[in-house]
Design a protein around this ligand. Structure first.
Ligand SMILES: [Zn+2]
Length: 425
């Protein structure tokens, strides 16, 4: 059993949450067994600063970490970015993938993410033939997460066509199992993903009904909507609905370019929506209707996606700031609502995670409340979403295990630099 005395901590309350001083928590078997405000225990490990529950990275492609600082240099569009991403995707062996993902996941835990939904589609060798063993790339991710100490939900993504039935080409051969049946035979049961309505033809969509959790990239670019309408007479949201794929077990990622009817369909089916503000701004995707989706009934989450930025606080701040830019209004989300978005581990199928509460998974993210960024900001939920950056994270616990301490950052930097130098073309 481990006991912590948290100087200040964000605890659940009927109105969404509240900061308390001197919170004594006991951890046993990876879960909180005691949470007591005003408690004392001379043997407890003291964690100064502001402690939050673990933050969920609901959408990641670990290998995209090798793109940061390079893909931002040139002019272009989402589609020219994709060519550069494919060049890195083409070079990864299982061993390089394991090293790159280990370093990327360590950056995530250092930033306060305690769970990651890894949207995985690099299944095969560059020519499309299976690895030996066939799940070598998945195993690389599992090993990487175990080493880094992050909780992994591996969303095995089906990618069967290059666009609305066109055969895969080039690097995409690494992604494709050919048919939904072959994907299912390889992927087995468990968390699943449809890469997008571009990459899985309508006739194959039925194979994914009932999968929970099921994640899918949706309407990130207007071009996807236009081609989907031309092919099926439906928007991507309308197509997923017609195929019975929307609902509380499904998370759509981006949801940037939606019609009013799409928003209504996603909300009325209680479909989850994952926004990735720092990626969406980097790729010039646009700004999704986050407030309208939340009001319609969608559970929101965030993800670092392309890893242009790995900072959960910047994602949450970005969600609110993008809303301000697009609506002309301030305060579209409260700080408590944003922390609720940031702790949505449930959209990855993880039960009882994201609260400092007895019986819940023991994740703790402690922030320096006296840094140049955070000093004088109140050391409360507003500090967490309007002042903190990932640099202010001092101590991270996942299921009771300490996975990051202040001072680990140079080692994480060295790991990233070393592997990225070998991965990049
Ligand atoms: Zn993505």
């Amino acid at each position: 059993m481990t006991t912590y005395l948290l100087e200040r901590a964000w605890l659940p309350s009927p109105d969404g949450g509240r900061v308390h001083d001197d919170v004594l928590v006991e951890v046993e078997g990876g879960r909180f067994t005691r949470v007591e405000v005003g408690g004392g225990d001379p043997a407890a490990t003291r964690l100064p600063g502001l402690t939050l529950p673990g933050l969920a990275n609901a959408h990641s492609h670990a290998f995209h970490r090798a793109l940061r600082g390079h893909v931002q240099r040139d002019r272009g569009t989402f589609w020219t970015w994709r060519e550069q991403m494919y060049a890195v995707a083409g070079r990864l062996t299982p061993e390089l993938y394991r090293e790159l993902a280990t370093a990327a996941f360590r950056e995530m835990v250092a930033a306060g993410y305690t769970s990651v939904g890894e949207f995985h589609y690099l299944h095969h060798r560059a020519d499309g033939s299976p690895h030996d063993p066939p799940l070598a790339m998945r195993e690389a991710l599992v090993d990487a997460a175990a080493t880094a100490g992050i909780r992994l939900v591996l969303l095995d993504a089906a990618y069967l066509s290059s666009g609305f039935g066109a055969p895969v080409e080039g690097v995409q051969r690494r992604f494709s199992d050919g048919t939904a049946a072959a994907w299912s035979a390889r992927a087995g049961a468990g968390p699943a993903a449809i890469h997008s309505v571009r990459a899985v033809p309508r006739a194959a969509l039925g194979a994914f009904r009932g999968r929970d959790p099921l994640h899918v990239h949706l309407s990130e670019q207007p071009a996807e909507n236009e081609v989907c309408l031309a092919a099926y007479g439906l928007t991507p949201t309308g197509l997923l609905h017609a195929e019975g794929l929307l609902g509380p077990g499904t998370t759509v990622v981006h949801a940037t370019h939606l019609t009013d009817e799409d928003v209504e369909l996603l909300g009325s089916t209680r479909t989850n929506v994952c926004l990735t503000p720092t990626t969406e701004r980097d790729l010039a995707d646009g700004i999704g209707p986050a407030r309208r989706l939340a009001d319609a009934g969608c559970r929101l989450s965030v993800g670092s996606d392309s890893h242009a930025v790995v900072d959960p606080f910047e994602e949450l701040r970005g969600l609110e700031m993008h809303e301000r830019l697009s609506s002309g209004e301030r305060g579209r989300f409260t700080a408590a609502e944003l922390l609720d978005v940031g702790t949505a581990h449930g959209v990855l199928g993880i039960d009882r995670c994201g609260r400092i509460e007895v019986g819940w998974l023991a994740d703790l993210v402690t922030l320096d409340a006296g840094s140049p960024r955070t000093a004088g900001t109140g050391a409360d939920e507003h500090t967490a979403v309007f002042a903190v950056t990932a640099t202010d994270v001092t101590h991270v616990v996942v299921s009771g295990r300490v996975v990051h301490r202040r001072g680990d950052e140079p080692e994480v930097g060295r790991l990233l630099a070393d592997v990225i130098a070998r991965v990049r073309p």
